[in-house]
Design a protein. Structure first.
Length: 138
């Protein structure tokens, strides 16, 4: 039995933004294989949302690695650890798939917050929220 039931994706595909859109790619790293095709297709949409919220995707690195939960095969899905680096800060979250991580990351990037005076201030707020959220017990 899969503990991660199939859910309706939070992200929907939209048409290609075209050559006018100058979205800089988030840097991707993986020690456990390539990112899924669906992740790669939807990543530009997340980058567009980041830019719209004053974040520069070029400042972000996402690393995918084996999780401690990988050894828990009797529980179902193989989970991966996704670590997001921005400057000297980072956080790690464990998710069952690339697309589930991307949906989580997208929601955190566009989470409503108070008016930020600068993109740097907005980035600090987003990172603080992510770190604070990740430190809460489950």
């Amino acid at each position: 039995m899969n503990p991660w039931p199939a859910a309706e994706p939070l992200l929907e595909c939209r048409p290609d933004p075209g050559p006018e859109a100058k979205i800089v790619q988030i840097k991707l790293q993986s020690s456990v294989g390539a990112f899924d095709e669906s992740f790669m297709q939807k990543l530009p949409l997340v980058e567009q949302a980041m830019v719209a919220h004053g974040l520069d995707p070029a400042d972000f690195v996402i690393a995918k690695d084996a999780s401690l939960f990988t050894n828990a095969r009797p529980f179902g899905a193989t989970c991966r650890d996704y670590t997001v680096f921005v400057g000297d800060k980072h956080f790690t979250v464990t998710q069952p798939s690339d697309i589930r991580f991307l949906e989580y990351f997208h929601e955190r990037c566009i989470a409503p917050d108070e008016e930020a005076s600068t993109p740097h201030h907005k980035l600090a707020d987003v990172l603080d929220k992510l770190v604070q959220w990740m430190e809460q017990p489950v």
